[in-house]
Design a binder for this molecule. Structure first.
Ligand SMILES: *Cc1c(COP(=O)(O)O)cnc(C)c1O
Length: 391
């Protein structure tokens, strides 16, 4: 298999090199408060059979990957939920089962291998949470040096996780955008690789492995996939995996991919309707999908349009309800951003074909944010002293 970069905007192709991140021509059109211009896609060229090895479809050879069991996450067949909803082919892809408990490991895994291949020891990034703790963990497995810039409001569990893994963490007096800018400048001055989402093309490419796995686990592509959306990199990664399979002739059509955003962090939905991105301050209790302007907005939107996907929103209340419902009916406890995809499924259910095979991507473990999860349940306050208090 041969690999090259292809600009998602101008379609110019480039050789894959660690120094190249964004299409240099499209980068010149970058406007303030807008998604990244010139996000690069990895293009593959070659043939494969349905028995392909996933590593053969990745642009870095298997020997460079760290020894951490990323991917191959379980595909749940939730019996109770299937019965209560009437969807007998409903599946939950549990990416909270990754080493650092989130989907982000798929991206970090490939970035780590890419850096290793080119003898790059230092990896830097800005993150509000999961991407940072993920890169820290996967970097620890690879013996790489991770520097992480986090905004003031980063959730504690994710911060502690990154520090446990031994990353150098700088807390920025400001938001994600400031952390992002400082991290880029840090990489430029100190060298090394930058893993910022969408900016590093390997982030989207690594995320495509979920679609390749689904194809293997189901023996075909599912009919419908629900994906929660923040910066839009997971959405693009899911599309990328299936479009590779389309290109290789292993599937006949793109599944229906439904992106789910929080009602109050819905930049991509708005852009689909209006054609433009506006920097409206986002807020949602689902911190991992709380994004003003999605970094990968242009790219993700183009794919939604090209493949006739759709975008929808759910309220924070829907998310909390879905989170508790998923936990109590399946035994899978996911973080709010992850529960958003399930909330999307519940909301869209009346319009879905009951015979369809439907996959809900669960992107992060619930223990990552217990403060929010507390809002969806009732924590008993009274202490009992004996059995007589309750019987
Ligand atoms: C990052 C993340 C998302 C959203 O992914 P984007 O690529 O930003 O759209 C969803 N769920 C969880 C748990 C995440 O960490």
């Amino acid at each position: 298999m041969e690999f090259s970069y292809c600009c998602s905007q101008c379609s110019k192709t480039f050789k894959i090199e660690p120094e190249l991140t964004i299409c240099p021509d499209c980068a010149k059109t970058q406007a303030k408060d807008q998604p990244l211009s010139g996000v690069l896609d990895v293009k593959l060229c070659g043939t494969a059979t349905a028995a392909f090895d996933i590593f053969d479809l990745l642009p870095v050879e298997v020997k460079y990957f760290p020894s951490a069991p990323v991917g191959n996450t379980p595909l749940w067949e939730p019996k109770n939920l299937r019965e209560s909803t009437g969807f007998q082919r409903l599946f939950i892809k549990d990416d909270g089962a990754n080493p650092t408990s989130s989907f982000k490991d798929r991206a970090s895994f490939l970035v780590s291998a890419f850096a290793k291949k080119f003898d790059v020891q230092d990896i830097t990034l800005a993150s509000t949470g999961n991407a940072g703790s993920s890169m820290a963990g996967i970097g620890a497995a690879a013996g790489q040096t991770i520097t992480l810039f986090v905004p003031e409001a980063a959730p504690v569990a994710k911060l502690v996780q990154a520090l446990q893994y031994g990353a150098t963490v700088y807390r920025v007096a400001g938001n994600y955008d400031l952390a992002y800018d400082i991290s880029l400048e840090f990489s430029q001055r100190k060298g090394g690789m930058n893993r910022n989402t969408a900016y590093n093309p390997m982030t989207i490419e690594g995320k495509k492995t979920v679609s390749l796995e689904l194809f293997k686990q189901l023996g075909q592509a599912p009919d419908v996939v629900f994906v929660s959306v923040g910066d839009g990199c997971i959405l693009s990664g899911v599309y990328k995996g299936f479009s590779d399979l389309l290109q290789l002739g292993l599937i006949a059509e793109m599944p229906k991919i439904i992106g789910v955003q929080a009602e109050t962090s819905n930049a991509l939905c708005r852009a689909l309707a209006t054609g433009k991105f506006e920097a409206v301050p986002a807020f949602t209790l689902a911190d991992s999908i709380c994004v003003d302007v999605p970094r990968n907005g242009f790219h993700a939107l183009a794919q939604v349009k090209k493949f006739k996907g759709s975008l929808m929103t759910v309220s924070d209340e829907d998310i909390l309800r879905a989170q508790a419902k998923l936990s109590s009916s399946t035994g899978l406890f996911t973080e709010p951003a992850s529960a958003a995809a399930f909330a999307g499924f519940l909301k869209a259910a009346p319009e879905l074909d009951h015979q369809a095979s439907i996959v809900v991507l669960a992107t992060g473990n619930g223990l990552k944010d217990i403060e929010t999860a507390k809002q969806g349940i009732h924590v008993p306050e009274t202490l009992i002293t004996s059995i007589d208090d309750i019987i």
